[in-house]
Design a binder for this molecule. Sequence first.
Ligand code: ZN
Length: 226
Amino acid sequence: MAYVYPTAVTNVSDSFQDHVNRGSVNPGTDYTSAYGDTVSAVAAGTVADASNSPSGGGGRTVHVNHDDGTGADYLHLSSVAVRAGQWISQGTRIGQSGASGYGDDWYYGPHLHISFRPNHAGGYGNNGNQDFDAIMKSQKPPVPPKPPVEPEEEEEIMRVGQVHYTNADGHIVRALYAPGSAYWMPWQDDTAGIANGFAKSLETGASVAVTESLYNALARAAEKLL
Ligand SMILES: [Zn+2]
């Protein structure tokens, strides 16, 4: 499955390896983030814990158990927008980035720390924590571009009705026409016996496919008749 970045800014201010190298008890990836930026879920899952207290090293923290079996902690938030037990879809806003930790809302400089794990182990600590940014860079684009949509071919279908008129000799002439257009076609003359085969085929149908050139030719003729 494809994960998405938790913040709009994807620049890493402190890498997973840097956390490991300095002996971080809860190694993760720090993304550059201003105070109050939106933090969103990297995958769909259930909120296992949502702490709105700045106490502890992680400060305001949201822990999500992803549906795919992995999990993530989002640390140092300035506000929390979800509650424990809530199922959230990928990309859901879970809170705002901040600098909280050790009982202080400004213990750190603002950034988002994400601890990603291949399991649902929560809590503050190293429980198989993985390099989330490496995962992001190894996967295909999270949302692949959709193939371009080809324009639909225009259907040459018109609705057809009937009209009749009395010609100069007093005979009734029937014609087909397309309402809203000037398309018409002589059908039958009660004395001349015009019986247009194409038109006859329309007796039971309400619509017919015609070519544009036929339509235009008939439209021009119709202006003289109707
Ligand atoms: Zn960190």
